[in-house]
Write a protein that binds this ligand. Structure first.
Ligand code: SAH
Ligand code: SF4
Ligand code: F3S
Length: 485
């Protein structure tokens, strides 16, 4: 793979699905950069084109096949120009469907599962030569040991926030979900490797680290003392890395919110007051049928403990409507839970039957029309609370980490501690800074704010004691606004 060509070979990667796919796409680009591949944003310019796919719902998986249909034309066009285009399918559809993908879409040269990205240089070379390469094994070696790190320049070009996978896979087996099959058993990366990756990112100017995992709070990686650490211990260690101003982690399971982690939300300034904690349903019968391993009361108790530790914490969640057998009353239990918690934001989905999962075989499927109707009602409640949460921040003073240029000239976009996007008139030089901003209004998808203090260069954690003491309690405002439903 080291032959000299007249133009650098180009790589185009398209990510679907969750944040781990975004992270994995970067790792794929990094490992192929070592072989001389340069990333392009134009698919018709590519020599290797990777679709990093998602299998979570039927729609997500089907999207891949319509995209592959379009790629047939692209491949023919490249051939007419005397170039060859290697098409690879990676991610969770690759893992779930393997060879079947090539049978259904012969345009595909390579199918590679998430555990084999470190083998990409070899796989791509073989696929370019022979076509029809499939690698969906769960290998014995740790792929993270063989994946390449990007240069500081590439890291800088990716922005001031970065994902770091610390945990992968899932042992929970919710009855609707494909993840335990596509990502395999739970695996935790050791502390030393995570710290090294975070130090490298921080050295290149990254200010916010978002730890990711399918069940990130089940992380229990080996510490330098040879013992398994908790996620709380890891967060404290990472907060000590010079340059790291903010930490977040996602996605968590309610069962794995231990006391130390909850306490860290009250005690660790770099840990942002925001948590995505999927609940899926507000009905105990549905939660049991989903094999969620927690009931409604246990979820509410976790939220109450988090709010006791950190009163202003912004809660977000995931919901599924129309799980097999869900009755109108059970759905109303979900609506009531949304009102009870007052989520700052949430994602909601119609139940999608996934082959190979236990719930797919249930006979009492909810009709599509009913799912559509329930989804609209749920989203209206979620939007109501999100708007109330955002409105409650107007007039407040808070810290914003500036990430990129804004929508209009002279504007910069940043994020509040609660993960809201904030548009502020500010010079481009504020990128990477955590600055004090007064929130002046709300827009459709973001807040507006005005800079209060000049740029700080001390790298201090954003939510110091002073700002913590005037902690807002947007969820209470949201609850009040909802009339205490
Ligand atoms: N690991 C996380 C989320 C995994 S998938 C967790 O434990 O919750 C992200 C979200 O997709 C889930 O929270 C769920 O709301 C949704 N989802 C998963 N499988 C689904 C299915 N078969 N149909 C509809 N939504 C689904
Ligand atoms: Fe899927 Fe449940 Fe595992 Fe989340 S905890 S990844 S929803 S099986
Ligand atoms: Fe999708 Fe796989 Fe992520 S199924 S949500 S890409 S873990």
């Amino acid at each position: 793979m080291s032959s000299v060509t007249s133009r650098p070979r180009k790589l185009y990667v398209k990510s679907y699905g969750c944040q781990m796919n975004v992270y994995d796409s970067q790792r794929m680009a990094d490992v192929l950069a070592r072989e001389g591949y340069v990333e392009t944003s134009m698919p018709d310019d590519a020599d290797v084109l990777v679709l990093n796919t998602c299998h979570i719902r039927e729609k997500a998986a089907e999207k891949v096949y319509s995209e592959l249909g379009r790629l047939r034309v692209l491949k023919q066009a490249a051939a007419l120009e005397g170039r060859s285009l290697t098409v690879a399918v990676a991610g969770c559809v690759a893992q779930a469907e393997g060879e079947e993908i090539i049978r259904r879409a012969p345009v595909v040269d390579l199918v590679v599962g998430p555990q084999n990205y470190h083998r990409l240089p070899d796989l791509v070379a073989r696929a370019a030569r022979d076509g029809r390469v499939v690698d969906t094994e769960f290998p014995a070696e740790d792929k993270f040991d063989h994946l390449a790190a990007p240069s500081a320049a590439v890291t800088r070009s990716r922005g001031v926030t970065a994902f770091v996978t610390v945990q992968e896979g899932c042992d929970k087996f919710c009855t609707f979900c494909v993840v335990p099959y596509t990502r395999g058993a739970e695996f935790s990366r050791p502390v030393a490797k995570i710290v090294a990756e975070v130090e490298r990112l921080a050295d290149a100017g990254v200010r916010e680290i978002r730890l990711i995992g399918q069940n990130v709070n089940a992380w229990h990686g080996e510490g330098p003392d040879g013992r398994a650490w908790t996620l709380a211990q890891l967060l404290y260690r990472l907060a000590a890395v010079p340059g790291v101003a903010r930490l977040r982690y996602t996605t968590s399971h309610p069962r794995d919110m231990d006391e130390a982690l909850i306490a860290a939300h009250g005690e660790l300034p770099a840990l942002m007051p925001q948590l995505h904690l999927p609940v899926q349903s507000g009905s105990d019968r549905v939660l049991a049928a989903m094999n969620r391993k927690h009931d409604r009361a246990e979820f509410l108790a976790v939220v109450a403990r988090l709010r006791a530790a950190r009163p202003d914490i912004a809660m977000s969640s995931d919901f599924i409507v129309g799980f097999p057998g869900e009755t109108e009353q059970e759905f109303r239990d979900t609506l009531a839970l949304v009102d009870e918690v007052g989520f700052a934001s949430a994602y909601s989905f119609k139940y999608s039957s996934r082959p190979g999962t236990p719930a797919a075989d249930s006979e009492n499927q909810v009709s599509e029309a009913e799912k559509t109707e329930r989804l609209a009602r749920l989203q209206a409640r979620i939007d109501f609370h999100a708007a109330a949460f955002n409105a409650a921040t107007v007039g407040r003073t808070t810290e914003v980490l500036f990430e990129s240029t804004g929508r209009h000239d002279g504007q910069m976009t940043g994020r509040s501690p609660w993960m809201q996007s904030v548009q502020v008139m500010a010079p481009a030089s504020v990128k990477g800074e955590v600055l004090t901003v007064r929130i002046t209004g709300t827009g459709t998808n973001s807040l507006y704010g005005a800079l209060l203090a000049p740029a700080r260069h001390d790298g201090a954690a954003p939510n110091d004691t002073a700002s913590r003491n005037e902690a807002l309690r947007p969820h209470e405002a949201a609850r009040a606004a909802s009339g205490g439903l």
